[in-house]
Design a protein. Sequence first.
Length: 504
Amino acid sequence: MLSALVVVALAVGATSGAAAGAATDADAPAVDADGHARANATNATVGYFNGYWYDDPVRVDQSDGLNESERERYVSVTMARVEHVRDANFERYVPVDVVSRSEYAANQSGGNATYNAWNDQVWQSLWIVGEDTNSSAALSAFYGSNVLGFYDSEADSIKLVTNDPDEVYFDNATLAHELVHALQDQRYNLSRAKYGGDTQDAQLATSGLVEGEARYVEDRYVEQCGETWTCPANPPSANGGTGGGDVNYGVQWVVYFPYADGPGYVASLRERGGWDAVDAAWERPPNDTTAIIHHVGSVPSNVSVSDEATGGWETFPRQGSDTVGEASIYSMFWYQSYTTDAGVVDTGSLYENQGPYDSFNYSSAPSAGWAGDSVVPYRNPTVGEDGYVWVTEWDSERDASQFASAYRDVLDAHDAEQVSARTWVVSGGDPFADAYRLHVDGTRVVVVNGPDVDAVDAIRPGLASEEANATTMSRTTRASSPGFGVLAGLAAALGVLSLLRRRR
């Protein structure tokens, strides 16, 4: 689950270095670009804010940082421009301040131990975070290095993350992006439960709308900066992420999904019905990543998993189950193909641009056809071990077979020993060393994981009895295709990831 993305509160100061300027028309031109009178413009006029029109030049010099009056001017013009692109009004001025990257990283919450143990099993089920690390550390490392700014809905203010808080610079794209989040909050209230999501997949989907709209407006803003608007230059050292370090690309592609595919989803809505269609999506936000990937309605799914565990194995009662969804499943197969040469998907396919607003492609044969899933983490306090049951549903038996075959390829890539018809063991030394049972029943695929075969039997005893009479699974043969140009693609992607934003 991605609580770090949309739930964990940042303990960051809420004071702003820029006070709201008084609305004035003193500097406003007599007419707009279309020759329409501007004399009666107020802050209720789309494209006009605090005395500035969207096409006014931003007269600030960032070479020595920004003082308070320059910040107010820069923010006000950018707010007017965001209004113009989004065709919607801000209700009030949005203060913008800076926070050091070290302070931002120090104030991230890592969650409690029980939640982290539960979430570790969710990420282990995806073969992305193994037992040699933990999901909280992996997510914190990614955010701490790559976040450039965030909107604090409680304070109704923006914090830009900088490596040197004594030299304040505003990146055009970052400022516009975070101002879109402020506009969203003023219009829709981002703290409403329907924009949070109850599962990892739902969080990624709703973020696909939230971040997708912000990136879509940001991209159109940047286009105007290069064509018709005068925009301040960004100093070479302005507010960049630290990058570097050991990157878990599996975590990276899961977290980046809303920024990558969300803009294309929003663009498709606008093409079909204008901004009214986007507003309608805010009323009923998407609930699964399949809707974002394929630009369709949400999949009506509710995969329930009964608890059959014996021998001291129990669920996490407060956390329950999670749903990982199509985007995370694609990221799983991509990551395993990249790190182990599993050959499940062509790793180069991630970089196949699907349109002007789709940065990456999250669609593949073994992840398409998703119709729902449920991951139920288990623990055994007596022996101090964990495991999980992962049930996936698919549109057809062929889709289920493709997923199961791809999962077998992942097991093979980890030199798993097949100890019975449907059970494999990955030996010690591997970060995913465990026992795995893979069961296909029509359109349903069940994976049971535990530290050893006895644990797998105890976690799902119903499948243990079937295993005794099972025959070896048939599988689809797939040619290994590591993907042409994957390293070049990763280099380009890291450049894109330097633009990563985070909202509250």
